[in-house]
Design a binder for this molecule. Structure first.
Ligand SMILES: Cc1cc2nc3c(=O)[nH]c(=O)nc-3n(C[C@H](O)[C@H](O)[C@H](O)COP(=O)(O)OP(=O)(O)OC[C@H]3O[C@@H](n4cnc5c(N)ncnc54)[C@H](O)[C@@H]3O)c2cc1C
Ligand SMILES: *[C@@H]1O[C@H](CO)[C@@H](O)[C@H](O)[C@H]1NC(C)=O
Ligand SMILES: *[C@@H]1O[C@H](CO)[C@@H](O)[C@H](O)[C@H]1NC(C)=O
Ligand SMILES: *[C@@H]1O[C@H](CO)[C@@H](O)[C@H](O)[C@H]1NC(C)=O
Length: 406
């Protein structure tokens, strides 16, 4: 049960903790699992558009980099905590591959060497304890585990957040007109977050995200390697290269012998949102955000990343699985994990900023702490709705150009 028409909402029906989590990507799924484990009798709805992980989600992917090398101690600690679970927890470890990670040195230490040229001298940082994870598979396993432990998964497209007469949030309403009521409503909606807030309260500027977080995308592609080549490249690490023309990284071949390269140069897609009279960036409103349709310009940029990482050899490679991947990015690349300051009972757990997937095993724990008011004060500050701009957690990923121009 649990489907009510919004007309018949009566608060006394909410006799127990009820959570609605919109979005079953890494952030939403992890949050669902931590809530059910902490409150086994809570009613938890985890809502997303498809019954399998949504293909357009940032968390949907063949593989993602799992690393603990960050320029701030706080993120190193968080990533180390996550890495331990990737290595040891039976839920995660079969999806984790410890290939090692090599990092072209300019991107380390807060970019203090950013102006040095590494064209000739290649100074490389290597950490053998990092690697990559099979992203969709691990996410799907977390969702299945959450459901087995009592979470109700609902396949629906959420249209709006619902407010009561005093501006507190009471749940959400889907495009089919069903309402899900809850004491806690959590938006883990990634790149769609600005859009859903704008649709929910178009006339209330204080509800809108503004520049706090924008939908942005980066591109990736793969190459099908021969058995022989795959064997050779499989010995290699994850490789990250921040030189201007390369700015990307590669992941070693997966079990299908496909080697992936992504390009860390983002773009946004700004539209005019009629009802709220503001400009926001949103993924294209096409199935799967039109993620398989890359322009020649996007493909060329990827080619130069492939070439910058693999040189001559990559010129003969026929690339497959070209993809545009949308995420929610904040100016400091810190996520937003907080209660909305102008909408009681509405919580945001999003803003992965192109580095959030690795936190799948732990991010829900921090979301629960945030809702209970026990989140570490330092994290409360950097993950707040309004925060000071103090450097970047994952430098250079905020979009400065439009999709239409790439
Ligand atoms: C190309 C690329 C490479 C990346 N590489 C890495 C990496 O190597 N390592 C790493 O750690 N991170 C990486 N990231 C970042 C990481 O993927 C994201 O930060 C993380 O997956 C975000 O998870 P999420 O749950 O916030 O969002 P998502 O995974 O996007 O999930 C949001 C979900 O919300 C759902 N949703 C939205 N609106 C609605 C609605 N109205 N109704 C119902 N459902 C809705 C969507 O369908 C979606 O499933 C990369 C990102 C990209 C794009
Ligand atoms: C490599 O990563 C591990 C975590 O997996 C970390 O403990 C270690 O300090 C890192 N090594 C270096 C040289 O930074
Ligand atoms: C809104 O606030 C008023 C005044 O505090 C209160 O009487 C009323 O019950 C509130 N409404 C809801 C739906 O909580
Ligand atoms: C690439 O490999 C995948 C997975 O093995 C396969 O499905 C696909 O058909 C291949 N594509 C090409 C162009 O060889």
């Amino acid at each position: 049960m649990g489907l009510f028409q919004s007309k018949v909402v009566r608060p006394k029906e909410l006799h127990r903790l009820t959570y609605v989590i919109v979005g079953a990507g890494a952030f939403g799924a992890s949050t669902a699992l931590y809530i059910i484990r902490k409150y086994p009798s809570a009613k938890i709805y985890l809502i997303d558009r498809t019954s399998l992980p949504y293909e357009g989600a940032a968390s949907w992917d063949w593989n993602k980099v799992i690393r603990a090398d960050y320029t701030t101690i706080r993120y190193m600690q968080l990533a180390l905590e996550a890495l331990e679970q990737w290595r040891e927890d039976p839920l995660y470890k079969s999806f984790y591959h410890q290939s090692g990670l090599a990092w072209e040195a300019r991107s380390l230490w807060g970019g203090i060497h950013a102006d040095a040229s590494y064209q000739d001298v290649c100074q490389v940082f290597y950490n053998q304890s990092s690697g990559w994870a099979e992203a969709t598979k691990a996410l799907h396993e977390v969702i299945k585990t959450a459901v087995a432990e009592g979470v109700e998964y609902v396949k629906a497209d959420v249209k709006k957040v619902l407010f009561d007469e005093n501006g507190s949030v009471t749940g959400v309403c889907t495009d089919k007109g069903e309402s899900f009521l809850a004491s806690h409503t959590i938006l883990a909606t990634g790149a769609m977050t600005a859009n859903i807030l704008a649709d929910s309260a178009p006339k209330r500027p204080e509800i809108q995200l503004g520049g706090r977080m924008v939908a942005a995308a980066i591109c990736s592609a793969m190459v099908n390697l021969s058995e022989e080549d795959a064997k050779y490249f499989r010995q290699g690490p994850v490789f990250v290269n921040d030189l201007d023309h390369v700015i990307g990284g590669s992941l070693p071949p997966n079990s299908d012998n496909q080697l992936k390269v992504y390009r860390d140069q983002s773009f946004k897609n700004t539209i005019f949102h009629e009802a709220s009279g503001q400009e926001i960036s949103v993924p294209p409103s096409k199935p799967s955000y039109g993620q398989w349709d890359l322009t020649p310009g996007m493909k060329n940029e990827l080619l130069s990343s492939f070439e910058g990482i693999f040189g001559e050899k990559s010129r003969d490679w026929e690339l497959v699985n070209y993809r545009i991947c949308w995420d929610a990015v904040t100016p400091t690349q810190d996520p937003i994990i907080c209660e909305h300051p102008h909408a009681k009972n509405l919580f945001l757990v999003t803003g992965g900023s192109f580095h959030g997937y690795k936190f799948l095993p732990i991010i829900g724990k921090y979301a629960v702490a945030m809702m209970e008011g026990t989140l570490d004060p330092e994290l409360t500050k950097i993950w707040a709705w309004d925060r000071e701009n103090e450097g970047e957690a994952h430098e250079g990923m905020f979009p400065t150009r439009e999709m239409a121009d790439v």
